[in-house]
Design a protein around this ligand. Structure first.
Ligand SMILES: Cc1cc2nc3c(=O)[nH]c(=O)nc-3n(C[C@H](O)[C@H](O)[C@H](O)COP(=O)(O)OP(=O)(O)OC[C@H]3O[C@@H](n4cnc5c(N)ncnc54)[C@H](O)[C@@H]3O)c2cc1C
Length: 451
């Protein structure tokens, strides 16, 4: 009996239910990762995500090799590659942890096809705290309001305890041929713009575990009050590790439980990740279409050229916006509060379509996540689940006064921002945004809702 474990967004050995199930069998193991950029509905990875993936696969390859298992790398449509490997290597059983975005339809089709061909195929929950089908409202539909969603999650039986790394793994005697990681050219070379990413981040399971330990050892006390201040290191910065499944959310949950004060607030942030994924499960085209149909008619700026470029480069003349956009460009990350401010600035003050901003974040974030990114962009723009109302427009100057009063964050990322002329008048652009929202809703401009 030969078992294939198909790794996807779960590049870890700990709390990997598919790997743990493979170890229960005396037969040999094949570990496979497929880079699929061609199947219908698959969203090609952005540049920063590709950089991360290279590092993460290197670590997974080494960790598996230390246990005598080669990591097989293949490129192509999963619906072709997986059956090919199965046939070539005489695989009798295929195991994987579930995915919850649009690509799951390929997984379902594959499962059926394998079974029809006499190959056992099983999938396991491992990448979310709760299965999307298990958290539904009274009408059996997905929740649209976060507080109700999270209450339902907390009333549900707690997430299962993480499963340990299997003690014994045996490689299948005959291993399929593998691409080399370097041949995939996931890292930029000319130019190599990833120096700042490498300085800030270490991809891989060991680094994810170390970051989680460091965060919890420091205790979560102060997290609730500190998490809005971008110059303070209060966040866990686990998001890219969670994105690639280098640590499972169940492990984060269980290890965090006794981390002290504010742990409920920290867990509720994991709850937002969960909410985003449950939303994507129900609406797989989340990065293309607003959940709120009012926005279909929104009069976005049709030729955003120069203003968009100024936003992307961090040259808007608004220091908090510019600092955030430069932190993003240099390190592949931006603090959550600043993500909200920069996204609001783009969609409201510049009236640029949220999908354009979402695509920029998708390309530049190391934690670019198929659910959290479009979900949060929709939330800020006002068209998403439990979204901020459209008329709540962040004022980047007030936000800076509140959350970076001493200027430490701006000083670090955009010390020259005060010298840059402002590209837009905040007051006039706010009035323009409110009028546009009213037009899209078909309401009378200046109606009481537009306060
Ligand atoms: C416009 C915009 C785009 C975003 N795009 C992404 C994205 O592509 N990928 C991503 O992981 N997060 C995204 N976020 C959410 C949030 O900004 C990051 O998860 C957070 O900044 C990561 O820092 P941390 O790990 O220190 O978070 P912590 O405060 O330590 O939170 C712990 C974990 O909870 C999850 N989390 C926290 N806040 C959110 C949230 N609002 N939505 C979903 N999950 C959350 C993350 O997995 C995070 O690692 C976006 C937010 C905005 C406003």
């Amino acid at each position: 009996m030969t078992t294939l474990v198909w790794f996807r967004d779960d590049l870890r050995l700990a709390d990997h239910p598919a790997l743990a199930a493979a170890a229960t069998d005396p037969g040999g193991l094949i570990a496979l990762f497929v880079l699929d950029e061609v199947s219908a509905g698959v969203r090609p990875l952005g540049g920063a995500a590709r950089w991360w993936l290279h590092g993460s696969l290197e670590r997974l390859r080494d960790d598996l090799a230390a246990r005598g298992i080669p990591l097989i790398l293949r490129r192509g449509a999963v619906g072709e590659v997986v059956p090919d490997v199965v046939a070539d290597a005489g695989v009798t059983r295929v195991l994987w942890n579930r995915r919850y975005g649009g690509e799951r339809h390929h997984d379902a089709a594959l499962k059926e096809r394998l079974r029809a061909g006499g190959v056992a195929a099983h999938s396991f929950p491992g990448n979310l705290l709760f299965e999307p089908g298990a958290i539904l409202n009274g009408q059996g539909l997905p929740y649209r309001v976060y507080s109700a969603f999270w209450r339902a999650c907390l009333a549900h039986p707690a997430p299962a305890a993480p499963v340990a790394i299997p003690e014994h793994l045996t490689a299948a005697a005959s291993q399929p041929q593998s691409d080399t990681l370097d041949a995939w050219a996931l890292r930029p070379t000319s130019p190599n713009w990833a120096g700042g990413l490498a300085e800030r981040w270490t991809p891989g399971e060991a680094a994810a575990q170390a970051r989680l330990t460091r965060f919890l050892d420091g205790g979560t006390a102060g997290y609730a009050a500190g998490r809005d201040f971008p110059a303070r290191a209060t966040g866990s910065e686990l998001s890219p590790h969670l994105r690639w499944g280098e640590v499972s959310p169940r492990e984060v949950w269980h290890r965090a439980l006794d981390a002290g004060a504010d742990v409920a607030v920290f867990l509720s942030e994991l709850g937002w990740r969960e909410f985003a994924w449950h939303t994507l499960f129900a609406a797989p085209d989340l990065h293309l279409r607003g959940l709120n149909a009012h926005f279909d008619a929104f009069p976005w700026e049709t030729a955003p050229g120069a203003e968009l470029a100024a936003w992307q480069r961090g040259e808007t003349g608004f220091p908090l916006v510019d600092a955030g956009m430069r932190e993003l460009w240099q390190t592949g990350f931006m603090h959550n509060r600043v993500r909200m401010v920069t996204a609001s600035f783009l969609t409201k003050n510049l009236l640029i379509d949220w999908r354009i901003g979402e695509a920029w974040f998708w390309d530049t974030l190391v934690d670019a996540d198929a659910a959290s990114n479009p979900f949060n962009w929709q939330w800020v723009a006002g068209c998403g689940a439990d979204a901020a109302p459209y008329f709540r427009i962040f004022n980047p100057v007030t936000q800076q006064h509140k959350f970076d009063r001493d200027g430490a964050y701006v000083e670090r990322w955009a010390p020259d921002a005060l010298l840059t002329p402002e590209i837009v008048d905040l007051r006039a652009s706010r009035v323009r945004a409110l009028a546009a929202a009213d037009r899209a809703r078909g309401a009378t401009p200046g109606s009481p809702s537009a306060e």
